[in-house]
Each structure stands twice: as structure tokens, then as C-alpha cells.
Design a protein around this ligand. Structure first.
Ligand code: ADP
Length: 340
């Protein structure tokens, strides 16, 4: 498969350009914010068993908040739209976002708990994750309407499926009315993704992004794609479900970009492989969100999808070098240093 790579200088140029375009454009992200409660254990408890774990660490998380944080880390003007509850976790999440420059005026306060996640990680790095949606589940189409103008005036809208489905659909509808590009992270994969549900999600997305497992679930695949012809078949199957522009992330194997814009150089370039950077990861939590957030920042400053993914590959590799999600993200200067 054709590789799409950018040099360290080209990535640095794009990052400088993101910074320079930020005052005149912005990204809006509608969705989830969670306080991630992480406990490390020797081995996973069995059903009904009680075990002693290590100290509890609390990290700011939630897919949408992570994506907003990654986008803002690159100095793109970023509006987060969503809800937090009436507890200490609300302040914790808002502080983490505002500290990195995310615009939090579109975050509403509701009664009850803020979204939170319980994550148990064992010695081998295997994890169990339980999400309690809390305030994230309290946003609805009225909420989206109250923030109509923020969505409509953004260059790019980022969505994921931790937000209620009607919120995703209504946000995408507003964006499409005015020609704002919608990037939908098809994650977590819904249990009820029948043909109709997939079609309405595909209608919402101008660009879809998901990891290899989610892609396999979406298409009910039983083997991992490896060769160019496997990817051609996947491209055709994704198109049959309504997805035309897709990024599939492959962890340490990088990402595959399916997009007609890749045509610029040759007709065979609809499918390109964006390689990952070689690192010794400490914690890959939130790498996918680092990828998506930085991709949004690059798209908003006018870059093609493949170039945006090549930058995102560097940004997400950097994020695997620190613990947690948002707490491991780097700014433009740190990414440029890392590449050097
Ligand atoms: P998710 O976190 O959504 O499962 P992935 O695991 O596919 O997403 O990771 C997203 C991106 O992060 C990858 O496409 C790659 O660019 C980068 N990445 C993830 N793990 C590694 C790794 N071990 N080494 C280098 N880059 C990585």
C-alpha cells in the first residue's frame, strides 16, 4: 500500500500554520467529559471477588473532552459543548480544559453527577472500563439548539458516540445546513448498529474515524485487513454503508486513509497508509482521541485529510509517552522537539 509521510519540517510547518490560523477559525466539539478513575491491580478480579488495588488516580477524560484538549494543545481555537454535573469532578474537568485554552462557555451545569469512568488496569496492561454517563446523558436537542450559532460558525465539528444519538444527529444537521464539515468518531460502537442506524450515522458524517476493531464490528469482519486488496474490499464495503471518507486507526501500525482527496498525485492514491512513529509507549490511553483532536485542528486550518493524519500520527505517538489521556498531550513545541 502507498505510504503517506511528511518530514519533520513539513509537520512543523503545518503546526505553525494551525497556530497562525487559530484567530480566524475554530473547531467545535459536542459531546462527553468524564473523570477517569484508574486503579492498577496485579490481576483482574473474578466475578464476585474482592481484591486490593493500588492508589486511585483521577484523570480528566471523556472522548470529546480529550479530543478538544488535543485540538487546543495545538493552539487551534476550540469550543467544547456538553454538560457537567453538580460535584467536584465538574470543576476538575473544566479546569483541565480551560488550562489548555479550550473555550468552555458552551458547557452547561446540570443536577446530579458529572460523567465518570472506572478503569481497572492489570499488570499486563489489560483493562476493564465502565462508563457512567452522568451529565453527558443529559444533553438533548434543545441543548444543541441553544448552541446553534457556535456550531454553525465553526469550520469543523467533531462528534463521537459517547453523546446521545439525537444530539449527534441534530449537531450534524446544523453543521450541514451551513457547510461545516462533520468529523464523526464512530466510537464506542453502538450495540444496535443495524442497517438503518448505520445509515443515519453515515449521513451525519462527512469524515468518519474509527479504530480497526470498530471497523471490523461495523462491517462484521472476521479477519484483519492487511493487503492492499483487503483494503480495497473494505473501502467498497464502507462506501456501501454510506461512509465515503474514512480514517481507520491501527494502533502501533499507524492509520489508513480512504479519501478521494488523496487522488491529487495519482489515481491509485485513494487508499494510503500513514505510518506510526516508533516509540516505547508508557500508556496508550487517549491516543485515538489525540489523533482525532489534532486531525481536527489541521483540517480546520485547511490541510488535506492525509496530511492532517500524518501530523496526527506524530501527535498521538507523543501522547503514548505519558500516563493518562489529556495529561499526556503535547503542544506544538513539544511535538516539534519530539520529532527532532
Ligand atoms: P484508539 O485509542 O482509538 O484505539 P489507536 O490505538 O488506533 O486508537 O491509536 C490511534 C493512533 O495513535 C494510531 O493511529 C497511531 O498513530 C497512534 N498510536 C497508538 N499506539 C501507538 C504506538 N504504540 N506507537 C506509536 N503510535 C501509536
Amino acid at each position: 500500500m502507498k505510504e503517506f509521510k511528511l518530514s519533520a519540517d513539513e509537520i512543523a510547518q503545518i503546526l505553525h500554520h494551525v497556530d497562525a490560523t487559530a484567530p480566524s477559525t475554530y473547531v467545535s466539539i459536542v459531546g462527553s467529559m468524564n473523570a477517569d478513575h484508574v486503579v492498577e491491580v496485579e490481576a483482574m478480579p473474578k466475578a464476585g471477588e474482592t481484591i486490593i488495588g493500588g492508589p486511585m488516580a483521577i484523570h480528566p477524560g471523556g472522548k470529546s473532552a480529550n479530543q478538544a484538549s488535543s485540538c487546543a494543545h495545538l493552539h487551534m481555537h476550540t469550543h467544547m459543548l456538553g454538560a457537567v454535573g453538580a460535584d467536584a469532578n465538574a470543576d476538575f474537568l473544566l479546569q483541565a480544559l480551560s488550562k489548555v485554552g479550550v473555550d468552555i462557555y458552551g458547557i452547561e451545569h446540570v443536577d446530579g453527577p458529572t460523567g465518570s469512568t472506572i478503569i481497572v488496569v492489570d499488570r499486563s496492561g489489560e483493562n476493564f472500563i465502565v462508563v457512567s454517563s452522568g451529565a453527558n446523558g443529559r444533553i438533548d436537542t434543545d441543548f444543541v439548539q441553544r448552541h446553534h450559532s457556535v456550531i454553525a460558525q465553526s469550520k469543523i465539528l467533531g462528534l463521537c458516540l459517547e453523546a446521545p444519538r439525537d444530539v449527534v444527529q441534530e449537531s450534524a444537521r446544523i453543521a450541514h445546513e451551513v457547510g461545516t464539515t462533520v468529523v464523526l468518531n464512530i466510537s464506542p460502537m453502538p450495540d444496535d448498529a443495524d442497517k438503518t442506524a448505520k445509515q443515519s450515522l453515515a449521513d451525519a458524517a462527512d469524515i468518519a474515524i474509527m479504530n480497526e476493531h470498530e471497523t471490523a464490528q461495523w462491517l462484521s469482519l472476521d479477519s484483519e485487513p492487511t493487503t492492499e486488496s483487503d483494503w480495497q474490499a473494505i473501502d467498497a464495503q464502507l462506501a456501501a454503508t454510506g461512509l465515503q471518507r474514512v480514517v481507520v486507526t491501527l494502533g502501533a501500525a499507524g492509520a489508513v486513509v480512504l479519501d478521494d482527496d488523496n487522488h491529487a498525485q495519482s489515481a491509485s492514491l485513494r487508499i494510503v497508509h500513514v505510518p506510526a512513529f516508533t516509540v516505547k509507549p508508557v500508556d496508550t490511553t487517549g491516543a485515538g482521541d489525540a489523533f482525532m483532536g489534532s486531525m481536527l485542528a489541521c483540517l480546520a486550518s485547511g490541510n488535506a485529510l492525509a496530511s492532517s493524519c500524518a501530523v496526527a500520527s506524530a501527535v498521538s505517538a507523543y501522547s503514548t509517552l505519558g500516563k493518562g489521556a489529556q495529561s499526556s498531550y503535547g503542544d506544538a513545541a513539544q511535538i516539534i522537539d519530539f520529532l527532532a
